[in-house]
Ligand binder design. Structure first.
Ligand SMILES: O=c1ccn([C@@H]2O[C@H](COP(=O)(O)O)[C@@H](O)[C@H]2O)c(=O)[nH]1
Length: 283
């Protein structure tokens, strides 16, 4: 995989930086296929999940800096084979756009080794989301994959995230400890990132202050109602970049807002472009 200058791109962060530039986009397109919400033409197909996600990816790739399949939507339908096929397709059709597997894994080291193989080898993901709460030895197996990304939950977008992430430790909320620990100790390959919700722009700004230019995966715009202007102003790095701002349902299921004659893929494309442009307006 080469960038515009024909430099070979080796790592997740190199690939992400190239995608930010090539597509002038901080938009991460989330692939969360809910069978009940698929357009009718897909529902009878044996590979409905794959076909739907492929169509959305094809419609939005030019406006995306990353794709984020959420593994639960595939596993719940016994459709891991379709996730595998989708990741293989994305890697071949869009080798310049990183795949972030949203799996939020977290377990003891021996089991984490298997989760890392699942994400990086089976699915060929460029990065995977993990929980920090079992500590360093639970993330170390991912760090053995020195070219791949590991994106650690820090300040999640859901209201209940405050139950633990806001607990004070040494006078400071836990999420800030996570941010500092990842930036100062765990990021030994320079391939770590953090999940910080768009629904909490003040905390997003705090995390940015702590971690410098580290990539942030920022879910919570679109269906969860996060404010794009506040998100971008709080989370951008010195270069006006540094984020994968995720939107899943608002792009995947844009078709209820159909403009006259528009099909589901055109609706996804329209919303992806509108979202990318709304983000870019505040970079
Ligand atoms: O804090 C978090 C971490 C992950 N997510 C995931 O992002 C998408 C959001 O989907 P929307 O439809 O855009 O709300 C989904 O896959 C979540 O599992 C998150 O929302 N918050």
């Amino acid at each position: 995989m080469f960038d515009n200058q024909q430099t070979f791109l080796v790592t997740f962060t190199e690939k992400l930086a190239a995608a930010w530039n090539a597509n002038n986009s901080l938009l991460c397109v989330g692939l969360d296929p809910d069978i009940a919400r698929l357009p009718p033409e897909f529902r009878a197909q044996p590979d409905a999940i794959y076909a739907f996600c492929k169509a959305v990816a094809d419609a939005t790739a030019h406006a995306a800096c990353a794709f984020k399949p959420q593994i639960a939507y595939f596993a719940a339908l016994r459709a891991e084979d379709q996730l595998e096929a989708l990741c293989a397709y994305l890697r071949s059709a869009y080798p310049h756009i990183p795949i972030v597997l949203d799996a939020k894994r977290g377990d003891i080291g021996a089991t984490a080794e298997q989760y890392a193989r699942e994400a990086y080898e089976r699915y060929g993901a460029d990065a995977v989301t993990v929980s920090p709460y079992m500590g360093y030895d639970s993330v170390a197996p991912y760090l053995e994959w020195t070219d791949r990304g590991i994106i650690i939950l820090c300040r999640t977008s859901n209201p209940g995230g405050s139950d633990l992430q806001f607990l004070k430790v040494d006078g400071e909320p836990l999420y800030k400890h996570v941010a500092r620990m990842v930036a100062e100790k765990w990021n030994r390959n320079g391939q770590c990132g953090l999940v910080v919700g768009a629904t909490f722009p003040d905390e997003l700004a705090e995390v940015r202050r702590i971690v410098g230019d580290m990539p942030l995966l920022v879910p919570g715009i679109g269906a969860q109602g996060g404010d794009i202007e506040a998100t971008v102003k709080a989370g951008r790095n010195a270069a006006g970049s540094g984020m994968m701002i995720n939107s899943s349902r608002a792009i995947l299921y844009a078709s209820p807002d159909l403009q006259a004659g528009e099909d589901f893929a055109a609706a996804s494309r329209r919303v992806a472009i509108e979202t990318r442009d709304a983000i870019n307006a505040f970079r």
